[in-house]
Design a binder for this molecule. Structure first.
Ligand code: PLP
Ligand code: COI
Length: 341
């Protein structure tokens, strides 16, 4: 199979339409079989639930070419499970996780020529999503939905690649107590847009959100969870029921414990203790692990000892081991890699 003629090494994190996408529709109380389609557009009612009341959710995952030339994806069952939870919370019909994994496999297979070659620095980003297509005008769940999966080749999420980032402590909240912060609802991202545009305009790469109720605890950023490393090499990550349960973060805790022999702690992290950590990173499918060099809290700077030039040593080892697993250089725990071909 011949790969597409793309300058893989210089791809940013953007949308490039690929050959095929998977489309399934929900009508009269059931999902149809779904099929691959060449049509990258969607035509829906002007009154569709997604357009009126933002009834939509999504997932993010990647396909990789391994060192020995296979195409794999990473823990798709967990994305399927998380999407089930998003659907339940948004009163959308569940797309069963077994069918979800099957749709992911079909989409990657059909776009194999778009999976960046091993060592290119790029990956194929997979975007499964669901939205309400049925018309609603009173505030209620729609009767009809579409589930879709497209793929797009991507490079690094943050401009400039893997360089330490500067974050600001946001004055905006991302998620309310008992709200939707723990699911991957499109509405969480819509309300974060003003905050990220403001942060960028002020020269920051991302926002650090604190808990909305007390503004004393570290939550996450707009698109990634936090990992901290203590001065004695313990890996610490915030525990909160208003952050997205990142699959990358859960995987990294296993990597830290079982591959690197590090102690790990998932617990409340107070903003006051952030200044005492040795390293900080953002983790997610898009972010992988991106190092954080500095956090600015209303003019007060917290500079991590790892500095603004390089990634700290523990974050580096975590990143190398995780990407090693994803690219087949390091043996994966059982069930983590789904081989597509
Ligand atoms: N937090 C938020 C708000 C996200 O959007 C994402 C991206 O999916 C993550 C965390 C990381 O999650 P995952 O590692 O499952 O991609
Ligand atoms: C991902 O990491 O897959 C996400 O969905 C985050 C988004 C900000 C791109």
């Amino acid at each position: 199979m011949e790969k597409k003629n793309i300058d893989w090494a210089n791809l940013g994190f953007g949308y490039v339409p690929t050959d095929k996408r998977f489309v399934a529709n929900y009508k009269d109380g059931k999902w149809d079989e779904g099929a691959l389609s060449s049509d990258a557009t969607v035509a829906i009612s002007e009154c569709a639930g997604v357009l009126q009341y933002s009834q939509s959710c999504f997932e993010g995952m990647k396909a990789y070419t391994t060192e020995d030339g296979h195409i794999v994806t990473f823990r798709p069952d967990l994305n399927g499970e998380r999407m089930e939870n998003s659907c339940k919370r948004l009163e959308m019909p569940v797309f069963p996780k077994e069918k979800f994994v099957d749709a992911i496999v079909k989409t990657i297979e059909a776009n194999a020529a778009w999976v960046p070659p091993y060592g290119s620095g790029a990956t194929l980003y997979i975007r499964p999503f669901m939205f309400a297509t049925g018309p609603v005008i009173g505030v209620k769940p729609a009767d009809e939905y579409q589930f879709r999966v497209f793929a797009t080749p991507v490079g690094p999420y943050f401009k400039g690649g893997v360089k330490p980032l500067t974050l600001c402590v946001s004055d905006f909240d991302r998620a309310a107590p008992h709200g939707t912060g723990h699911i991957k609802a499109g509405l969480n991202y819509a309300m974060s847009l003003h905050a990220i545009v403001t942060a960028h305009a002020e020269g920051f790469d991302e926002n650090m959100y604190l808990d909305a109720a007390t503004r004393t605890k570290v939550e996450e950023t707009g698109g990634a969870n936090f990992l901290f490393v203590t001065k004695d090499n313990k890996v610490v990550t915030p525990k909160s029921n208003t952050i997205l349960p990142s699959i990358t973060r859960r995987s990294l805790l296993t990597v830290a414990k079982d591959y690197l022999g590090l102690e790990v702690e998932e617990r409340t992290v107070y903003f006051d203790e952030v200044k005492d950590f040795a390293e900080c990173g953002l983790c997610g499918t898009a972010a992988v692990i991106s190092p954080v060099g500095k956090i600015v809290d209303h003019g007060k700077e917290i500079c991590f000892p790892s500095g603004m030039k390089d990634m700290g040593p523990v974050i580096t080892k975590l990143r190398d081991t995780l990407t090693g697993i994803q690219m087949g250089r390091v043996e994966a725990p059982k069930g983590w890699l789904k081989v597509i071909k």
